[in-house]
Design a protein around this ligand. Structure first.
Ligand code: ZN
Length: 427
């Protein structure tokens, strides 16, 4: 039955995408009240939190009211897991456990019961279909092999959306011919992997079996990736934003003017210094998951920064837009004057310096930045001098910038390539 329930939920969610924004906000509010009430009544962690503030669930009726509550940090979720944060009466043995990769040094477990798991699967599926995937299509998914499904997905069991999995840690040179042999209609992968795939396809001349649909995720989508997918495969790439804790959060449609937020399933807040940011500004993203009753997350600080907008999408879908995802807080470098530098700043700098084919910026300490570089044929001593000079320009002249030339920049354990890593941000 579960598979049919997922299909039915997918149908409902796709219908929601086209509802009026006002109606979606009403759906969101109704679900918010229910999850707040449920959390107060059944989850010790939230019960105590409400009580300590003298709040009752009836005090949180709207998204606006959420700001009466403090944020929930990763540390709190970890400290209270499982006893304090899993709802009373939930059979932990029967739940599905998701684990965050812990790239921030703090791996977390998230539990979902059967009904939340069905909802999550449908939510995961919505953007693929909204962007043109058809039920009988075959999708190649390239991801962290530690997260591969142990059994066939519901799609496959009922003969739709065949999925073939590849590990993102594999060498793209060897994987490309295997992918081409699958003749996929769509590829879903980390954005950096799709870029490598496009470059490799061009090199090997394997183009005829490559798909029309590319979905990138888990990393900041760069202009270079969009351009190379366009030039090699003559198609667009769709960027999807989500996290392990709550699944899909926002996604691009064919208009590419922003990301439709899944407000029927999650409340997404953009916050800076305790205030909601103005449209066009970036803020910390707080999430309130509206469908996971087994382990509710209310105002959960996910560790990402995003930009809000009041722009409407010309496609006509009622799911409102966010402008972009700026990065993870652990991808943000802090200049000596305290200014935050987003990863895109470094891409712009490196693009302007001849001789670099790949780079990685690591802020080791407040006053030490290491830049590892892979040379291309225009590399010279000037390249290194320019890196020092141009990076210092943004991070401050009192910061030591140390370029190191390497043969290859390694992927991290999950298979992702993170171009910027800050070791001084710990949240
Ligand atoms: Zn749209």
């Amino acid at each position: 039955m579960s598979d049919f329930r997922k299909l039915w939920l997918l149908f409902q969610l796709r219908r929601n995408a086209w509802r009026k924004t006002e109606d979606l906000l009403e759906i969101q509010q109704k679900k918010l009240r229910a999850i707040v009430k449920h959390s107060y009544e059944n989850v010790e962690f939230y019960h105590k939190k409400f009580d300590s503030l003298g709040l009752k669930p009836s005090d949180v009726k709207t998204v606006e009211d959420l700001k009466k509550l403090p944020i929930t940090t990763k540390q709190e979720v970890r400290d209270n897991y499982p006893k304090g944060i899993v709802a009373r009466g939930v059979n932990v043995e029967k739940c599905k456990e998701y684990r965050t990769s812990g790239s921030t040094g703090m791996p977390l477990s998230i539990l979902l019961d059967r009904s939340a798991e069905d909802y999550r699967a449908a939510l995961f599926g919505r953007p693929f279909f909204e962007c043109g995937l058809r039920l009988r299509d075959k999708m190649v998914a390239i991801s962290d092999s530690r997260h591969f499904p142990r059994s066939k997905t519901w799609y496959q069991k009922i003969g739709i959306l065949k999925r073939v999995h590849f590990s993102a840690s594999t060498n793209v040179e060897e994987t490309l011919p295997l992918i081409a042999r699958c003749e996929p209609d769509a590829v879903y992968a980390y954005s950096s992997y799709i870029r490598l795939l496009a470059e490799e396809a061009k090199k090997q001349g394997i183009l005829e079996f490559m798909p029309n649909l590319f979905f990138g995720t888990a990393e900041i989508m760069t202009k270079e990736t969009r351009n190379i997918v366009k030039s090699v495969f003559n198609t667009e790439i769709f960027d999807l934003y989500g996290c392990v804790e709550t699944e899909r959060l926002a996604w691009e449609c064919t208009e590419h003017v922003g990301y439709h937020m899944d407000i029927d399933s999650t409340v997404i807040e953009f916050n800076k210094d305790g205030e909601v940011v103005a449209p066009g500004e970036s803020g910390h993203i707080f999430l309130t998951c509206l469908y996971n009753k087994a382990m509710p997350l209310i105002r959960y600080e996910v560790g990402d920064l995003g930009t809000s907008t009041v722009e409407r999408c010309p496609c006509g879908r009622g799911l409102p837009l966010m402008k972009n995802i700026v990065g993870r807080t652990d991808d943000l470098v802090v200049a000596s004057n305290g200014r935050i530098i987003v990863p895109a700043n470094f891409s712009n700098i490196m693009r302007g310096i001849p001789g670099i084919s790949q780079f990685k910026v690591i802020q080791e300490k407040k006053n030490l930045i290491i830049v590892t570089l892979v040379k291309d044929r225009n590399f010279s001593r000037l390249t290194v001098q320019r890196v020092i000079k141009d990076v210092k320009e943004v991070v401050g002249h009192d910061v030591t910038v140390e370029p190191i030339v390497v043969e290859e920049i390694k992927k991290d354990q999950s298979g992702k390539i993170r171009a910027v890593v800050s070791k001084i941000h710990s949240s």
